[in-house]
Ligand binder design. Structure first.
Ligand code: ATR
Length: 303
C-alpha cells in the first residue's frame, strides 16, 4: 500500500476490500503515526479495517470529503490545516467540536457527517495518566495561542481548572483567547489575590515570577517540532514543583531543561494516543485497547 494517498489516487489505488475504511486527512500527512496505532486497535478488537493517510491541500478538502463519502469511509481524523474548515463540512457537531470550534474526528453515519473534537479530552486523559492529577485541580500555564494553544486553553477552561495563565509571543492573540474564555472564570472558586485568568507577555522574567503560582506548564507552541529547535523556555525559568508537558511527541530541549530544573515531565505521545483512542471509540462503539495502541505508537515513533 502507498504511504500516502491523494484525492486523485485514492479511488484507484486503495485496494477494493470489504474492510471498514478510515483515514487521516492532512497537508502534509506523511509523518502521521495514526495508521500504525489505529490499525493495532482494530486488529486487537478483531475489526477488519483499513486506515490510510490522505494528503489533501486545503482547497481540495470539500472534494475529498465528497469522495470519502462515495467510498463509504466510516470515519476519519483531520489534522493541520483542516480542523477548522471541517467544521463547515459536517452536518452535525458534537458538543466537543462546538466548544473547541475545530474538528479532529469525523463519523460518517450513513452519509451524515458528525464532527467531534477529541484533542481536548485526549489531553486531559494524558495529563491524568502521566501525572495522576486532573486538569481541573491544577493551576495551568499554556504557552502558545495558535490552534493547539486555543484548544488546550479552552479545554482547561471547560474543566474549570483552578487558574489559567496564557502566554504567547504575539500578545494580542493571547488576549483575544482570554476574552473568549473569560466567562468560565467568574465563579465561586476564588484564588486569593491572584487572577484566575491571566495573560502574560513572552517575557522570561514575567514568566519566572508567575511560575510560583503554577502547577502545570504546557508547551503548545510550534517550538520543538524541529529537532534542532531551542528550548521554548530555559531551565532558569522552571522549578522543581512543576509538571511540564510538551505537546511535541518526543523528548524536546524544553523537556530536558525542565528535567534539569527537577520538574516532572511528559511528552505529547500520550496526547496523540488518547485523542486517537477516543476517536476509535466514537467510530467503533468499542473500548479502545489502549495498551496495544500505545505499544504500536511507540514502535512507530521509534521509542
Ligand atoms: P498550531 O496550530 O500548532 O498551534 P500555529 O497556529 O501556527 O500552530 O501556532 C504556532 C504557535 O507557536 C503560536 O502561538 C506562535 O506564536 P505567535 O502567535 O506569536 O506566532 C508560537 N510560536 C512559533 N514560533 C515561536 C517562537 N520562536 N517563540 C515563541 N512562540 C512561537
Amino acid at each position: 500500500m502507498p504511504e500516502v494517498y491523494t484525492l486523485s489516487t485514492l479511488d484507484y489505488e486503495l485496494p477494493v476490500s470489504p474492510e471498514d475504511r478510515y483515514g487521516v486527512l492532512g497537508y502534509p500527512v506523511k509523518h502521521s503515526l495514526s495508521p500504525q496505532f489505529q490499525l493495532a486497535g482494530f486488529a486487537k478488537r478483531e475489526i477488519a479495517a483499513q486506515y490510510v493517510r490522505i494528503e489533501v491541500p486545503i482547497e481540495q478538502l470539500s472534494a475529498a470529503v465528497e469522495k470519502l463519502k462515495q467510498m463509504n469511509f466510516k470515519g476519519w481524523n483531520c489534522t493541520l490545516p483542516h480542523k477548522i474548515e471541517m467544521l463547515k463540512l459536517c452536518r452535525r457537531l458534537d458538543e466537543s467540536a462546538q466548544k473547541l470550534q475545530a474538528v479532529n474526528t469525523v463519523l460518517n453515519e450513513d452519509g451524515t457527517l458528525i464532527g467531534f473534537n477529541t484533542d481536548g479530552t485526549g489531553w486531559v486523559r494524558a495529563i491524568r495518566e502521566e501525572f495522576s492529577v486532573d486538569v481541573r485541580d491544577l493551576r495551568v500555564m499554556i504557552l502558545g495561542a495558535g490552534g493547539a494553544g486555543q484548544a488546550l486553553a479552552t479545554q482547561a477552561a471547560l474543566e474549570k481548572c483552578e487558574r489559567l495563565v496564557l502566554v504567547n509571543r504575539t500578545l494580542e492573540k493571547a488576549q483575544a483567547l482570554a476574552k473568549a474564555l473569560d466567562s468560565h472564570f467568574h465563579s465561586e472558586k476564588l484564588q486569593g489575590s491572584h487572577n484566575r485568568l491571566l495573560v502574560l507577555p513572552w517575557d522570561e522574567d514575567a514568566i519566572a515570577a508567575e511560575v510560583n503560582n503554577i502547577d502545570l506548564i504546557v508547551n503548545a507552541t510550534s517550538v520543538g517540532l524541529k529537532p534542532h529547535d531551542p528550548a521554548v523556555l530555559p531551565e532558569r525559568v522552571l522549578q522543581p514543583h512543576l509538571l511540564v508537558y510538551d505537546t511535541v511527541y518526543r523528548q524536546t530541549k524544553f523537556l530536558e531543561a525542565a528535567q534539569d530544573a527537577g520538574a516532572r515531565c511528559a511528552n505529547g505521545l500520550s496526547m496523540l494516543l488518547h485523542q486517537g483512542a477516543l476517536a476509535f471509540e466514537i467510530w467503533t462503539g468499542k473500548k479502545a485497547p489502549i495498551e496495544e495502541m500505545r505499544k504500536a505508537l511507540k514502535e512507530a515513533a521509534g521509542i
